[in-house]
Design a protein around this ligand. Structure first.
Ligand code: SF4
Length: 197
């Protein structure tokens, strides 16, 4: 007898993390992927990440929908926190914004639960992520499933799988501030290398 799998709306931030997470849990859940990232800047980068995420859903034959791009909603959510570093309070608000939209969509679909693939990244604080997920779930009367995909070398495996499938992997988290921070890191590293020669 075929076992009925529980339905899970899976929030997607990018294709390589989507591939690894979907590959890891598709035997246990009936999945529907939901791309919701109003934080990503600029629009061309959002389009690229969305197109790659759609491609990944096609590879795994998982239904996929996405949220309209609304960078203004992200800017409004973090407007008093722009001087906080990556991993701090602005990320807390960013997680809450994206997971609230996911919880709302989950409730509108009549699905019981949602989760997110964001914990694949070693740069994401899982407690902060889960706190945001639980809060969003409570506000919309659905459940949040707290995965930690970075466990058991999840990030390394997602990098390898992304390469194998030919997926684009970004070099900054998503917002304008994280792009500037990444550019500064690269320039510092390149200056340090120059000093070695
Ligand atoms: S660094 Fe990433 S998680 Fe933090 S606010 Fe920017 S896009 Fe959101």
């Amino acid at each position: 007898m075929t076992q009925v799998k529980p339905k899970l709306l899976l929030h997607i931030c990018c294709a390589p993390d989507e591939a690894y997470a979907v590959d890891s849990i598709r035997d246990k859940y009936e999945l529907h992927c939901f791309f919701c990232n109003p934080n990503v800047f600029p629009l061309d980068e959002h389009k690229l990440r969305l197109d790659e995420a759609k491609k990944t859903a096609r590879i795994y034959d998982v239904p996929f929908t996405w949220d309209e791009y609304d960078y203004h909603s992200w800017a409004e959510a973090v407007k008093d926190l722009t001087d906080t570093p990556e991993g701090g309070d602005r990320c807390r608000e960013c997680f809450l914004l994206r997971l609230t939209r996911t919880a709302e969509t989950c409730a509108a679909m009549g699905w019981p639960a949602f989760g997110t693939v964001m914990s694949v990244s070693p740069h994401k604080n899982v407690s902060m992520l889960n706190e945001a997920g639980m809060k969003a779930a409570a506000n919309w009367g659905v459940s949040y499933v707290p995965f930690d995909f970075k466990k058991n070398d999840g990030f390394k495996k997602s990098v390898a799988l992304g390469k194998q499938l030919g997926l684009y992997r970004q070099n900054y988290c998503g917002c304008e501030l994280s792009r500037d921070e990444a550019n500064k890191r690269v320039s510092r590293e390149s200056n340090a290398k120059k000093q070695l020669f």
